[in-house]
Design a binder for this molecule. Structure first.
Ligand SMILES: *[C@@H]1O[C@H](CO)[C@@H](O)[C@H](O)[C@H]1NC(C)=O
Ligand SMILES: *[C@@H]1O[C@H](CO)[C@@H](O)[C@H](O)[C@H]1NC(C)=O
Ligand SMILES: *[C@@H]1O[C@H](CO)[C@@H](O)[C@H](O)[C@H]1NC(C)=O
Ligand SMILES: *[C@@H]1O[C@H](CO)[C@@H](O)[C@H](O)[C@H]1NC(C)=O
Ligand SMILES: *[C@@H]1O[C@H](CO)[C@@H](O)[C@H](O)[C@H]1NC(C)=O
Ligand SMILES: *[C@@H]1O[C@H](CO)[C@@H](O)[C@H](O)[C@H]1NC(C)=O
Ligand SMILES: *[C@@H]1O[C@H](CO)[C@@H](O)[C@H](O)[C@H]1NC(C)=O
Ligand SMILES: *[C@@H]1O[C@H](CO)[C@@H](O)[C@H](O)[C@H]1NC(C)=O
Ligand SMILES: *[C@@H]1O[C@H](CO)[C@@H](O)[C@H](O)[C@H]1NC(C)=O
Ligand SMILES: *[C@@H]1O[C@H](CO)[C@@H](O)[C@H](O)[C@H]1NC(C)=O
Ligand SMILES: *[C@@H]1O[C@H](CO)[C@@H](O)[C@H](O)[C@H]1NC(C)=O
Ligand SMILES: *[C@@H]1O[C@H](CO)[C@@H](O)[C@H](O)[C@H]1NC(C)=O
Ligand SMILES: [Cu+2]
Length: 805
């Protein structure tokens, strides 16, 4: 019964609203409404009567309804945690400022977000504020077998009641501990310089430069990440492949183009253990030929038939400055957005709480993953408990060992430390609101100034339109954005969350910056040759988001609504018709929780609350769908020998799991130390649990297959290198909620002229715009503010950001 009724309703709506499909005759039939009778022939403009109502109560500042229980540690909390840990003799900590790799030292302190059950009890039921706990990530360098371990410290503030314990319950390994197999970075680098010194004459001949560790070196030396492990004589050995990267020099030394300047000479080192006397050089590679010893390499080089390859040298091609003849109209200022009557959203700066239109959310900032959103509400109902990045993989391939062995897991470096100040007028509109964030690493609290921006903008296309020969109905599409950019080494990741008037929330990542490239010799099958000595080094980006949707409560189900081709015989025809149907499939078990986007968009993926039906009996839901990019969202490489057990979240486009306080993250920044034995192995979250009407979490990948071409020089551009998904209401509300906005227009007209203009209280701005006030002063750009935390003196700011990781 219900289905029939719903179909009938749908049918009527379809006829009334689809003139494009119905054709010109049908269109005439639909012109059934008489134009409104107007008393006066002159143009009428509806006044904004009543519009003052809402604006009278609006304020751009606001007090968050609840304390932000997800907010980062304050400087004082971080200092207290660090001081408390230094008081624990068994940790045997050395102050980071003087610590070497042979000491125990605190790397990071951050918040351990409260358990969801406690958080919801506080947010929804007036329960107590959850106790606050800190994460402390410590590098134990003093033991012969060094390791890293995560601790939970608290409750905060630190009192006699506070304790610390290994943060084991957030791991799949059982213990939040991982081996640090090559802990002594400086010794490793010294080893590399010692190796290269033995072939200094060859390096000069082949590459025309030096690598000695001196300030005037031509080359930087580094190699694969993560470190590779090989079984040699039944024992695990740790293998580093190093290569030469030319420092940009001369006029181009300001440009960070080193990753465009690989030189094509590689050496393999066995750096097992902490005694460099036991390390071994295992060979050289040049021009695709492997030489097992330095002597063999030298003998080959001395022969007249030794093939030397073209040099890969810096010049203007690595710079990003304007080049070429300026384009004709380009000296004129391009269009500029303004905010004519001020900010239309509210921020509690201290609590990091935001309200815009029908949305509200809290946000926070972490060392590992940067900006994160919590408790996103729409029309007063939570739709997401948590939304934020989990990990960003860049997995390379190549004939050369450094590219082949490299698969960055960027939370190792962290999104937080590199989320630098944004430039108004470029990164975000000048009128955006800019906020600071702080993270705590190496016993220093670093505040990034103005590194998160919030703003409304008009994307330049409408939310809605319809017109006939009698009227037009148009609705503006005003989008609210929160954005932050992390420059992790060569890449700049632009992260943003877009909120829209129809209830859609979009998650976007874009990448720009320098590619990591490869020397061209013997690399033809792994990318394009893009410069004299250069290959583009193909790689996959795979970035995972945790999307903890709560649709009208936490009892939710993931369903696939499939658009399927079928053969049907109807009572009204003797012929079997080839047609399509909507098929509904519930994903009721984690065993079915690993998913790909289907070809031709055949499956709609919904998170519904099966117990919350709308008035037509359909479950109220949100749909999740890819929205930009689409050139790849998971790894191409199967069973990656680089990432081993650490890439479980990057094998599919998205995943569904049951929410658990013990399954908080998809990855762990320290997995990079030992990818075979990760602290969190995401694949272990799939243990056949029931997903039917329970609290579920989606883990959604964005990314791209990146095969750099000449257009990636000097930098990759955001236009192509972007990827996004959206979550959007689906049978969730009675109709499109964007009807509520005043920013719409109706014009009734006939051949006599315009008969009616309705503006619904939207105020057309008038007056002058003083463009000078929109002009940013770029000399205000300051960068970070750092405060050393141990020994702690808040009055003595310490501005060395070199040691931040
Ligand atoms: C003005 O605000 C009151 C109270 O919120 C509301 O009841 C009323 O409908 C509003 N009027 C208009 C014109 O928006
Ligand atoms: C404590 O660490 C230092 C290095 O910072 C080390 O020399 C010492 O042996 C360690 N003490 C203990 C008891 O482990
Ligand atoms: C959070 O949940 C974990 C796993 O159930 C539990 O071990 C831990 O004690 C909880 N934390 C608090 C503060 O209750
Ligand atoms: C590098 O060479 C110097 C001089 O021979 C030696 O003292 C040092 O131990 C070597 N370092 C490493 C890490 O091999
Ligand atoms: C090699 O380097 C020297 C000095 O840096 C420079 O003068 C010379 O032009 C370089 N040769 C080539 C072939 O680039
Ligand atoms: C950001 O930090 C700077 C420098 O400490 C400070 O002057 C400014 O007031 C801060 N801005 C906000 C919005 O807190
Ligand atoms: C969720 O479902 C469980 C089991 O079906 C039920 O016991 C519980 O009351 C439901 N919770 C809510 C908030 O509806
Ligand atoms: C189906 O075919 C039969 C036999 O030819 C015919 O009697 C009947 O009218 C047809 N039905 C329809 C719906 O066309
Ligand atoms: C899953 O939940 C739906 C709706 O609550 C129910 O109809 C169905 O029987 C459940 N399936 C299983 C296997 O429990
Ligand atoms: C246009 O509409 C107005 C107001 O209804 C009416 O007076 C006028 O005659 C119409 N003109 C035509 C050409 O229909
Ligand atoms: C425009 O703004 C600038 C900077 O605030 C100010 O100096 C100037 O007087 C303003 N011009 C007008 C016409 O108001
Ligand atoms: C760092 O701080 C010192 C002393 O406060 C100051 O003299 C110096 O200019 C600062 N350096 C930078 C790069 O900000
Ligand atoms: Cu890339």
């Amino acid at each position: 019964m219900r289905v029939v009724a719903a179909t009938a309703v749908f049918g009527v709506l379809l006829l009334a609203s689809s003139p494009v499909l119905a054709g010109p005759h049908a269109r005439l039939r639909h012109q059934r409404k008489s134009p409104p009778k107007v008393a006066h022939p002159e143009i009428l403009t509806e006044t904004a009567a009543g519009s003052s109502n809402a604006s009278a109560t609006f304020s751009p500042t606001i007090t968050a309804p609840k304390q932000n229980i997800f907010i980062s540690l304050t400087d004082d909390e971080a200092a207290a945690v660090i001081s408390f840990l230094h008081d624990q003799p068994e940790l045997n900590l050395t102050a980071t400022v003087i610590a070497t790799s042979w000491d125990n030292a605190i790397e990071v302190v951050d918040l351990v977000a409260p358990n969801k059950t406690d958080a919801l009890n506080y947010l929804d039921n007036g329960g107590p504020i959850p106790p606050r706990y800190a994460l402390a990530r410590i590098a134990f360098g003093a033991p012969e077998k060094p390791y890293l371990q995560d601790f939970i410290v608290g409750p905060l503030p630190i009192t006699n009641e506070s304790t610390y314990a290994s943060l084991d319950w957030q791991t799949t390994k059982g213990v939040a501990k991982i081996n640090n197999n090559v802990p002594d970075d400086e010794t490793t680098l010294e080893w590399c310089y010692n190796v290269t010194a033995t072939v200094a004459d060859i390096v000069l001949d082949l590459l025309n430069g030096t690598a000695t560790g001196a300030d005037d070196d031509t080359f930087d030396i580094w190699g694969n990440d993560p470190l590779s492990q090989e079984e040699i004589d039944g024992e695990t050995h740790f293998i580093l492949w190093s290569t030469y990267w030319r420092f940009p020099s001369g006029d181009y030394s300001i440009f960070d183009g080193e990753t465009l300047l690989p030189q094509g000479l590689f050496f393999k080192s066995d750096v097992t253990g902490r005694d460099p006397a036991k390390w071994k050089l295992l060979g050289w590679l040049y021009g695709g030929i492997f030489y097992e010893t330095t002597a063999e390499f030298r003998r080959a080089w001395e022969k007249p038939d030794f093939v030397k390859y073209e040099l890969n040298l810096p010049s203007s091609w690595i710079g990003t400055d304007q080049v070429g003849t300026p384009l004709p109209a380009d000296s004129r200022t391009p269009p500029l957005a303004v905010q004519p009557t001020g900010q239309r959203f509210s921020v509690d700066v201290d609590q990091k709480y935001v309200e815009w239109m029908d949305y509200s959310f809290y946000f926070t900032f972490t060392r590992d993953t940067g900006m994160r959103l919590f408790d996103i509400k729409y029309k007063g109902q939570r739709v997401m408990y948590e939304l934020g990045l989990q990990e960003a993989i860049a997995h390379y391939a190549g004939n050369d060992p450094v590219q082949s062995l490299t698969a960055y897991m960027d939370t190792y470096y962290g999104m937080g430390p590199y989320a630098f100040e944004l430039a108004p007028g470029f990164d975000c509109p000048t009128y955006a609101t800019y906020l600071n964030t702080t993270f705590h690493a190496s016993e220093i609290s670093t505040t990034h100034r103005n590194n998160i921006c919030l703003f409304e903008s008009d994307p330049g296309y409408l939310m809605q339109r319809h017109s006939t020969s009698q009227y037009l109905a148009l609705t503006k599409n005003i989008v609210f954005t929160i954005r932050s950019v992390s420059t992790v080494g060569n890449y700049d990741y632009n992260f943003e969350y877009n909120f829209m008037m129809d209830g859609t929330i979009e998650v976007v990542v874009r990448a720009s910056g320098y590619i990591q490239s490869a020397y061209y010799a013997a690399n033809e099958e792994y990318g394009y040759r893009i410069h004299n000595g250069l290959s583009g080094s193909m790689h996959d980006h795979s970035l995972n988001w945790k999307v903890d949707l709560d649709i009208l409560g936490t009892n939710n189900t993931f369903v696939k609504h499939k658009v399927v081709p079928v053969q049907v015989k109807y009572p009204w025809s003797n012929q079997t018709r080839s047609t399509m149907k909507l098929e509904r499939v519930r994903v009721e078990n984690e065993d079915d929780g690993k998913l790909f986007w289907t070809a031709n968009g055949a499956d709609m993926y919904l998170v519904e609350n099966s117990d919350e039906l709308n008035e037509y009996g359909e479950a109220r839901a949100y749909k999740i769908a890819p929205s930009r990019g689409g050139s790849g969202m998971h790894l191409t490489i199967q069973d990656s020998p680089n990432l081993l057990n650490s890439a479980g979240f990057a094998t599919h486009a998205l995943y569904v799991t049951k929410q658990k306080d013990t399954e908080v993250h998809a990855s762990h920044p320290n997995n990079d130390y030992d990818p075979a034995n990760p602290i969190i192995d995401f694949s272990k979250y799939f243990d056949g649990e029931n997903l039917n009407q329970t609290d579920i979490v989606l883990w959604v990948n964005l990314g791209m297959h990146h095969v750099p071409h000449t257009g990636d020089l000097p930098n990759t551009v955001f236009t192509y290198a972007q990827s996004a998904f959206l979550v959007t209401p689906h049978n969730y509300l009675e109709h499109d909620p964007s009807r509520v906005t005043r920013q719409m227009l109706r014009i009734d007209y006939n051949t006599t002229g315009v008969q009616l203009v309705k503006q619904f209280g939207a105020v057309q701005p008038s007056g002058l715009v003083n463009l000078t006030t929109l002009r940013p002063d770029y000399f205000d750009y300051e960068g970070d503010v750092a405060v050393r935390k141990f020994p702690y003196d808040p009055l003595d700011p310490f501005n060395d950001t070199q040691s931040i990781v």
